[in-house]
Ligand binder design. Structure first.
Ligand code: COA
Length: 156
């Protein structure tokens, strides 16, 4: 029953889309998830637990860009049944290691201003507010851009 974190595969598309239902606001399309699983500029992890069968209960998408040393956490979501167990933190930490391995010096992300759980998660991992993003989301919700400089690196 112990959670297992691994890189996502093509067969995880449905599970990732299902998790996205729990995401506040803007959702990803099947085509976007399929693309993220295919392109070199995206790294996707899932966390799964095995009870009677194996369930994917969390997913994270990290994006990198050629010429930039700042990676971006595009999405992180944990199934409500598995929240509060430290899986969100593990996903973000594995993404930070992935960002480092890709030569990045910092990780940036956007979060809804009213998303207390996510903001507390990022704050606990050392993410700091870089920019306010009024009306950033499709429904007019305000956002914040956060960034964490990875230890021993300088972000450009
Ligand atoms: C944000 C989210 C990924 C957190 O996942 P999680 O697995 O429950 O988080 P963790 O158990 O790893 O918690 C890590 C830390 O985050 C903070 N945190 C998590 N949930 C919290 C909550 N409901 N209220 C306050 N703080 C919370 C705490 O600081 C916690 O550390 P602690 O347990 O040592 O106190 C999850 O709530 C989620 O999927 N939300 C919907 C999608 C979403 O908002 N994604 C982020 C968009 S930017």
């Amino acid at each position: 029953m112990s959670p297992r974190l691994r890189r996502a595969r093509t067969g995880d598309v449905d599970a990732i889309l299902e998790l996205e239902r729990h995401f506040p606001g803007d959702r990803m399309s099947r085509a976007s998830v399929q693309r993220f699983l295919r392109v070199a500029s995206a790294r996707v992890w899932v966390v799964e637990i095995t009870a009677a069968r194996t369930h994917v209960v969390g997913a994270l998408i990290l994006l990198t860009r050629r010429g930039s040393t700042i990676a971006r956490i595009y999405s992180v979501v944990v199934d409500p049944i598995a929240r509060g167990l430290g899986l969100g933190r593990r996903l973000v930490q594995v993404a930070e290691r992935g960002a480092r391995a890709a030569g990045c010096a910092a990780v940036s992300l956007e979060v809804r201003e009213d998303n207390a759980a996510a903001r507390a998660l990022y704050a606990s991992l050392g993410y700091a507010e870089r920019q306010r993003l009024p009306g950033y989301y499709d429904d007019g919700g305000d956002g914040l851009r956060l960034r964490k400089v990875l230890a021993g690196r300088r972000a450009r």
